[in-house]
Design a protein around this ligand. Structure first.
Ligand code: TPP
Length: 1301
């Protein structure tokens, strides 16, 4: 019984080849070893066979051939009728559609030579062999690949074989005559190989050429072919199977050998430069060298750019350049140049072979390859060059050669190993865990670090990415992850929230460093950098600025990567080795405060970047970088081109949440959760050449769905990459996203751009063009999708994520707009960083944040129901105007901090709110109990998503569950409480960088009067003119309350007549008109110079149409109250210049944070952000006055940024006139401001009111304090399960209400 047998049957009906098997892309049966071998020999064999087959082995299959006689001694097979050779494999792997079945069969017979022990050993070796075949990356596994068997066939000439299979019992029952045994031709027997001994095998059309069933060195027609096939075979034995073949005649022996080898995958391109970059990409993706075969002459020179990139980025490559033999060099022969040492210092090894001859032992060819590959794959990895001269004949015409040049190759030929194996003992073993002195020193430094930074540069494998993450967690240092680290564009896993919680990624350090304050403040005493390259110049500059500090650089290559010459410790090892050596030590976590500061800084800059990008209606280049993570899954990898896109991705890329899915969804979805995204780029020499080709190679090498981002000039530089794209060699489909700004936009951001003649810039820097990328794609039959909007981009990325074809997505952009937007982003981020710094610098002295990141604790909260008298019913009310008593009800919240400070807030829903007083009371009662003991951190007043996340993470309330008026009141109370605690004011909380009591003293907020418009035109006009006399310069009139718009128009015309042209007149239709009515009104008041018409039409989709048709300005009000999804997404519909204002009622839209977001959007788009009250008391109004003032200050920033003049805006706080009574005795300071010339609310007055706020107990009807709460766990045990409910029992004994949480 022999144990070397092996076979493979492919089930592929289309495109089956042995290569597919090797690349794990085929289904089939794979067998190794023979548990039992059936041969037509002595009859006693049959008896023996029976012993192994019992009735329950009916499903065991046997595989083999009829009519062959296999002679083990001579290792040969003969055709012989009636003979056969069948086997039951020891290890059989059946790759089905959905499942893999592994069968192991053990058979032995003590009476024969096949003992139990031998059988076990044989099985072990078969399993080992199988694992090597299927996972060829395992140690030396590749060389054992069964494919090598194909190389050593020794078949009878001209004989064809048909492989068959049957179940073992069937074979056993019959006498083995071909005509009587009913053998099944295996349904997939068209492709098979069967190895009978180390040197004998049978195969069908596994080879590329279906007719070719055998191959041996002796068969080679001439010595060129012998050497070429030795080179290719040795490469394949070394695991190098990806060949990039450029056309040419001199290289034909190599091209033929590579393309006819069963193991190799070949790809070709007429352009050697693109092809070589493709090889670089493959090597980057697979971490194995690709081979490039070229003809002689400039074909070789064209490899240089890729060789330079490979050399600089430590990418292994093998260049096989065909050459003329020496006698044709320097003699005027065609296409002959000096190719020796052609790549100078950019290759790690170079050797010029002699022209093939049988005078030299062929072993020399093998040792040359072994040596070259050793150099390529030893540190520092890089390209190697073997120059290969060939004499004619270059085809496979026969030319005698002496077999004895193969002397010494017998063992090599009968095995599958490379000729020379290089063995390296890893020196790091000796240096583990501080055993070596320098590493001990590094450990000591890290242990003593106060403020450390972990800088992650380019990291190339998933394992190393995980190791880096582990290190970040272990050190608890802030992390700055470069775009090439794989951890910059993270996917946040709901199942692993602790990663983002425990590791502080300072993703936006680059933009935070735009602030001079931050640059002066930031300092690290130890920096550990993993991986050599850092994309951000500002981060690199910061590292320099930290000097003197300890700067430890870890990378496995030995080269100096220290352009600023600051590295103090250079650790040469892999990331894993470094992390392993550090994991055994414990480090104290001293820099809590430092981390907290950086977290606040990063969050604020991140918020601003996101805001600017999301609030921009049109698609921008930073937007592409910002959303790209959403288009990447566990199956994907990213290839980033050079110039702007890599910088944009590094600056504006962000992590994104993987969608929370239902269990059922998760089970059906094949997508695995992932955290990191592998990212590659050509940063060795940062060329814009060959990027497309590299990306395609990377896709082949890493076997992932690659998304490639490139600029248009880069794409045009490498359009021949499209020719490579159309050859789909065993890779997943790619998405290529080209940002077409019609030139090299990066130059517009350089300092000289402003000072250079635009024509010169255009021609010699941007190289502006109008080349159609679409037509280029068409020419190459590549799918093309143009993208002009954000939505189109999202759809295009999604659409092609699941399609099987490659595609080019072209995003339209423009150099000028891109440059302006980048500048806006930088300014805005810088302000955000300054803002963060001013918050942090105002932390009270002596505040301890060692127990976390919190400064205040809420001691308790209570709330009181107030009822105050109004002079008239609110304009929103349907109350009877003839009544003479009108009231307003609401709640005053009091939030007490542990230090005794109290802050007040108002919750007072009206008819315009969705919630009413009863709903609010219920929610406040709930809050009363859960808010006790909750901590508040200093970043809460930033109003940049801080409240939303605080409410969710501390109170456990989802954003959509808290009533808008409650949230508004809560924010008001908390901000006021912090202000009291800090001895400052609500306004200083929002803009700590601007605290200046003197300025507040002089400042006032312009107030717009509100007129209900009841009465005749004359009556209304009279009211309006009395308001003007009082000092008001802005009046809002309610309209759409009369029988038809003509009457409303008459009132407005009359008012305008009466108040004169200088008063700002606004009208508010509250969506009460049909489109036709609104148009009718609009035309009638065309000449009244209205500042805007608020919500003129009932159908909000008609508002833009209204502006266009009437040419009148409109404002949004109810529209923003009703937003369901992201505010910025919804607002994107209203960027039309006809919409000139947004009226923001904080209590209706859900608080100041949302109000600030909408106001910022409005200001960014040049619209007025008008704060409006909803008939709140003096408490709410004073907070709104300060909030309006805050928005005015933000507006000034835009005014400065855009060099435009924006007049101050009158805010909708005229409702104060309705207050006959108030919740406080302190009066609101609203009066005519003679300096400004308008009716204004004093900022200092509002500050004072809030500071000295005391509730007027006369208007309080009921106060709600914390009731007795009885907390306990209720455990419920049922038959099959048990659960526990946390119960909070609230209330009196007699009136128990129960809630669960
Ligand atoms: C081979 C090479 N030539 C020239 C350069 C200089 N260079 C850097 S960026 C750039 C323009 C790239 O334009 P594009 O690909 O459209 O990207 P964008 O600048 O628009 O982001 C050039 C010419 C380079 N890096 N590499």
């Amino acid at each position: 019984m022999a144990c070397f047998l092996g076979f493979f049957l492919s089930k592929e009906t289309e495109d089956a080849s042995f290569k597919n098997l090797y690349l794990h892309r085929t289904r089939g049966v794979f067998g190794l070893g023979s548990a039992i071998c059936f041969e037509a020999c002595a009859p006693e064999n049959q008896k023996r066979i029976r012993r192994y087959l019992s009735s329950d082995s009916a499903h065991i299959m046997t595989y083999g051939f009829m009519d062959i006689n296999f002679n083990k001694e001579s290792s040969s097979i003969k055709h012989e009728a009636g003979s056969f050779c069948f086997l039951i494999p020891e290890v059989e792997l059946d790759e089905q559609e959905e499942a893999s079945i592994l069968v192991v069969t053990l058979a032995w017979d003590e009476n024969l030579c096949w003992t139990f022990e031998q059988a076990i050993q044989s099985i072990e070796s078969s399993i080992y062999q199988a694992s090597c075949c299927f996972w060829p990356d395992t140690e030396s596994g590749y060389s054992k690949c069964i494919k090598s068997t194909l190389r050593n066939f020794n078949l009878m000439e001209g004989q064809t074989f048909q492989m068959a299979c049957t179940d073992a019992l069937f074979l056993d029952r019959r006498d083995y005559q071909a005509d009587t045994v009913e053998l099944r031709r295996t349904k997939f027997s068209t492709q098979f190989c069967f190895r009978l001994s180390p040197v004998v095998g049978v195969s069908s059309n596994m080879l590329d050429d279906a007719n070719e069933t055998s191959y041996s060195l002796q068969d080679q027609a001439n010595i060129n072919a012998v050497w070429a096939s030795l080179i290719v075979e040795e490469c394949s034995r070394l695991g190098i199977v990806y060949f990039c073949v450029a056309p040419g005649s001199r290289s034909s022996p190599l091209a033929i050998a590579a393309s006819s080898h069963p193991l190799t995958t070949c790809i070709s391109c007429f352009d050697e430069r693109s092809l070589a970059f493709h090889a670089v990409g493959y090597s980057k993706g697979s971490h194995k060298p690709a081979v490039i075969i070229t003809s002689s002459g400039t074909a070789v020179s064209n490899l240089l750019p890729a060789v330079v990139e490979a050399s600089q980025d430590f990418v292994p490559l093998l260049l096989l350049t065909a050459d003329r033999p020496p006698e044709l060099l320097d003699a005027g022969a065609n296409q002959a140049i000096n190719q020796v040492n052609h790549f100078g210092s950019f290759v790690r090894f170079t050797f010029s072979l002699p022209a093939p001859t049988d005078n030299i032992p062929a072993r020399m060819v093998l040792t040359t390859i072994d040596s070259a590959v050793h150099w390529a794959t030893s540190l520092p990895f890089g390209p190697v060059h073997i120059n290969c001269p060939f004499r004619e004949p270059l085809d496979d015409s026969s030319d005698n050669w002496m077999l004895n040049c193969l002397k010494g190759l017998d063992i090599w030929m009968s095995g599958a190993e490379p000729f020379t194996k290089y063995i390296q003992l890893q020196n790091y073993l000796a240096c583990k865990a501080g055993a070596c002195v320098p590493m001990a020193e590094v450990l000591e430094i890290i242990k003593g670090t106060d403020t450390g930074l972990l800088l992650l540069g380019a990291i190339h494998t998933e394992d190393e990415i995980w190791a880096a993450l582990l290190l970040a967690k272990h050190l608890n240092w802030p992390v700055v992850a470069d775009i090439l680290s794989g951890l910059r564009l993270r996917k946040l896993l709901p199942s692993l929230p602790e990663i983002e919680e425990n590791v502080l990624f300072v993703d936006h350090l680059d933009h935070a460093l735009l602030s001079e304050g931050v640059r002066g403040w930031i300092h690290f005493d130890v920096i550990v950098q993993i991986g050599s390259r850092i994309t951000s110049k500002r981060v690199s500059q910061m590292v320099e600025d930290c000097f003197p500090c300890t700067y430890i650089l870890v990378d496995n290559h030995p080269c100096r990567h220290d352009p600023s010459h600051f590295v103090t410790h250079r650790v040469q090892c892999s990331v894993r080795q470094f992390v392993d050596s550090l994991m055994q030590s414990q480090f104290s976590h001293r820099s809590n405060k430092w981390c907290f500061y950086l977290r606040v800084l990063n969050t604020m800059v991140a918020w601003d970047i996101s805001f600017q990008i999301n609030a921009e209606y049109s698609i921008t280049e930073p937007h592409v970088a910002h959303v790209i993570t959403e288009a990447l899954s566990a199956e994907s990898a990213l290839f980033v081109g050079n110039s702007m896109i890599i910088r944009d991705a590094d600056m504006y890329g962000r992590s994104c949440k993987t969608h929370a899915q239902s269990i059922a969804h998760m089970m059906l979805d094949s997508e695995l959760p992932c955290l990191s995204i592998r990212v590659a780029g050509n940063r060795g020499a940062s060329g814009i050449d060959g990027l497309l080709s590299t990306a395609i190679g990377f896709a082949v090498g890493c076997n992932k769905q690659v998304l490639c981002l490139v600029g248009d000039v880069s794409m045009l530089h490498d359009t021949n990459g499209l020719a490579i794209l159309t050859q789909r060699v065993s890779r997943k489909p790619m998405r290529i996203l080209v940002i077409n700004n019609h030139g090299g936009a990066i130059f517009s951001l350089l300092p000289f751009a402003d000072k250079t003649d635009p024509q010169i810039l255009d021609r010699y820097f941007y190289t502006s063009h109008t080349i159609s990328i679409q037509k280029l794609c068409e020419a190459h039959s590549v799918r093309h999708l143009p993208v002009k909007t954000k939505v189109e981009l999202q759809e295009a990325l999604l659409k092609f994520e699941h399609e099987k074809t490659d595609c080019v997505i072209e995003v339209e952009s423009c150099i000028g707009a891109n440059s302006t937007f980048h500048s806006t982003l930088r300014k805005s981020a810088q302000q955000a960083a300054d803002h963060a710094l001013s918050i942090l610098s105002r932390l009270p002295v002596g505040v301890s944040i060692s127990d976390g990141l919190f400064l205040y604790k809420i001691h308790k909260m209570n709330f009181s129901l107030y009822r105050i008298q109004l002079c008239a019913p609110p304009t929103s009310s349907s109350a009877d105007h003839h009544h003479n008593e009108f009231h307003r009800e609401g709640y005053i919240l009091s939030v007490y901090l542990e230090d005794g400070s109290v802050g007040y807030g108002e919750v007072a829903p009206l008819e315009i709110h969705k919630e009413n007083l009863v709903d609010v009371e219920e929610q406040l009662l709930f809050l009363l109990h859960i808010i006790k003991g909750i901590k508040i951190d200093v970043s809460l007043p930033t109003l940049k998503g801080s409240f939303t996340s605080w409410i969710w993470s501390n109170l456990g309330i989802m954003e959509c569950s808290i009533f808008p008026s409650v949230r508004c009141g809560l924010e008001m109370a908390i901000l006021n409480a912090i202000a009291v605690s800090q001895g400052s004011s609500f306004i200083s909380m929002l803009q700590p960088q601007m605290i200046n009591e003197e300025i507040y003293e002089k400042s006032s907020v312009k107030i717009c009067a509100l007129v209900d418009s009841n009465g005749t035109p004359n009556e209304v006009a009279y009211i309006a003119s009395s308001l003007v006399e009082e000092g008001f310069t802005a009046i809002k009139l309610k309209v759409a309350r009369r029988a038809d718009p003509i009457q409303d128009a008459a009132v407005i015309c009359k008012v305008r007549n009466e108040v004169g042209p200088c008063v700002e007149l606004r009208v508010d239709a509250n969506r009460k008109w049909t489109y036709e009515e609104a148009i009718q009104f609009g035309f009638l008041v065309r000449d009244c110079d209205l500042q805007y018409i608020e919500e003129p039409v009932e159908n909000v989709d008609d508002i833009v149409k209204f502006c266009e048709e009437t040419g009148l300005p409109a404002a949004l009000d109810e529209t923003i109250d009703n937003f369901q999804e992201s505010h910025l997404n919804m607002l994107a519909k209203y960027t039309h210049p006809g919409i000139v204002a947004v009226v923001i009622k904080p209590s209706v839209i859900g608080g100041f944070e949302k109000a600030a977001l909408i106001a910022r959007w409005a200001q960014k788009h040049g619209k007025m952000a008008v704060v409006s009250a909803a008939f709140e008391s003096g408490l709410g109004l004073s907070t709104y006055i300060l909030f309006s003032y805050y928005l005015e200050q933000l507006n000034v920033v835009y005014t400065v940024m855009n060099r435009e003049i924006r007049p101050s805006i009158a805010h909708g706080l005229g409702t104060y006139k309705w207050l006959k009574q108030d919740v406080t005795a302190i009066p609101l300071g609203i009066h005519y401001d003679p300096c400004k010339g308008f009716m204004g609310a004093s900022v200092a007055g509002a500050i004072q009111l809030l500071k000295n706020f005391k509730v007027n107990n006369n208007v309080i009807h009921k106060t709600f304090n914390e009731e007795q709460v009885h907390r306990y766990h209720l455990t419920v045990n049922s038959k099959n399960f048990s659960y526990s409910i946390k119960v909070h029992e609230v209330g009196q004994e007699s009136n128990v209400s129960t809630g669960t949480s």
